[in-house]
Design a protein around this ligand. Structure first.
Ligand SMILES: Cc1cc2nc3c(=O)[nH]c(=O)nc-3n(C[C@H](O)[C@H](O)[C@H](O)COP(=O)(O)O)c2cc1C
Length: 340
């Protein structure tokens, strides 16, 4: 029987268990230079000590104006590689595998003087109105994703997650609410995302899997739902995605018709729907921090992997405690054996 502590392998990525730390921005860069600090090192490496199978480093941006805030991580320069390499190497020494989420905030880049987006539509009445990217600029943006992925590979990451969720740039391209373009990137709403995926794959070793995070449902009135997201995920799958990480929302303030995540496991039905429709591995996320529930999601084959976000902010040793609670074997650091 498969459970939360069964190993998982896809292509060359071998995980000791099914527990994922999802990307969570720390807004903790000190000099607005996009370089990881000691905070990032301690934060990620302690989750590796805590037994996590796969750690996905927070949204890391492909250019300065792609950051949500000036305190986000970046990979637009080679100077940003060594501090990430240090985190990856130390996490490896504690048995974790490490991925990184590569993204661009588009119209949600709060500190950009003039944010860029597929179309000049602001996020809400308080946000800056973004400038519409020209067609050549969209093509350059694909190149920037490619260069950032190349740097991530150089830093030693085991997998790459492209951020296509939460109302950021790729999501803005594939949502009819935010993409009103007249060029080819408006005729085919998934063209930008597909080109980014192909560019990323071109820089990744053959046996390294690519993860794409998507919002499988928009929460605003008139937003897309699961039928539409299955259709666009199919295109992304054909472009080269190996695993989908299924989240939701982020495109605007939650509307009356929306369903924010107030209940445990609220996004699991979306993950299962994508998994079944595409016959593809998925990561489920969203209020899965009760180990019994997380274990059931894997055991009931609703998702291959389970991500625990806020639960791991509270407790870096979430995975070790989950193993104890579920009575599963896991390697406890010898220094901490008495604690268990
Ligand atoms: C502090 C914080 C920062 C986050 N930053 C990111 C991010 O960088 N990229 C992303 O895709 N999601 C981000 N998220 C969303 C989480 O990855 C996760 O999907 C969400 O917290 C739901 O999972 P949970 O209920 O286990 O916390 C963030 C969440 C939190 C709490």
């Amino acid at each position: 029987m498969i459970n939360l502590f069964s190993p998982y392998a896809i292509k060359g990525l071998e995980l000791k268990n099914r527990v994922v730390m999802p990307p969570m921005c720390q807004y903790s860069v000190s000099d607005k230079d996009g370089i990881a600090t000691d905070w990032h090192y301690t934060h990620y490496v302690s989750r590796a000590v805590g037994g996590t199978g796969l750690i996905i480093v927070e949204m890391t941006d492909i250019e300065p104006d792609g950051r949500i805030t000036d305190y986000d991580l970046g990979l637009w320069s080679d100077e940003q590689i060594p501090a990430l390499r240090r985190i990856v190497d130390a996490s490896h020494s504690h048995g974790a595998k490490v991925g990184i989420q590569i993204g661009h905030a588009g119209r949600k880049a709060e500190d950009a003087e003039v944010p860029v987006a597929p179309s000049a539509i602001p996020f809400d009445s308080k946000s800056k109105t973004p400038r519409e990217l020209t067609t050549p600029e969209v093509k350059e943006m694909v190149g920037k994703f490619r260069s950032a992925v190349a740097r991530a590979v150089k830093a030693g990451f085991d997998t790459i997650e492209i951020h296509g969720a939460h109302g950021y740039l790729i999501h803005q391209f594939h949502s009819p609410l935010t993409n009103k373009r007249q060029d080819e990137y408006g005729q085919d709403l998934t063209l930008f995302g597909c080109e980014v995926i192909a560019a990323a794959k071109a820089e990744m070793p053959e046996d390294m899997p690519l993860i794409l995070r998507i919002s499988a449902q928009e929460y605003v009135d008139g937003g897309y739902g699961i039928e539409e997201s299955i259709a666009f995920a199919q295109k992304y799958r054909e472009a080269g995605v190996d695993i989908f990480h299924i989240s939701a929302g982020g495109e605007g303030p939650i509307a009356a018709a929306g369903r924010p995540g107030t209940h445990a496991a609220y996004q699991v039905p979306l993950a299962k729907a994508i998994k079944d429709a595409l016959d593809v591995p998925v990561i489920a996320v969203g209020r899965l921090d009760d180990p019994i529930l997380a274990n059931a999601v894997v055991g009931n084959e609703e998702a291959e992997l389970v991500a625990v976000g806020r639960g791991m902010l509270r407790n870096p040793y979430w995975t070790l405690e989950a193993a104890a609670k579920l009575n599963k074997e896991t390697q406890i650091p010898k220094q901490y054996a008495f604690g268990f």
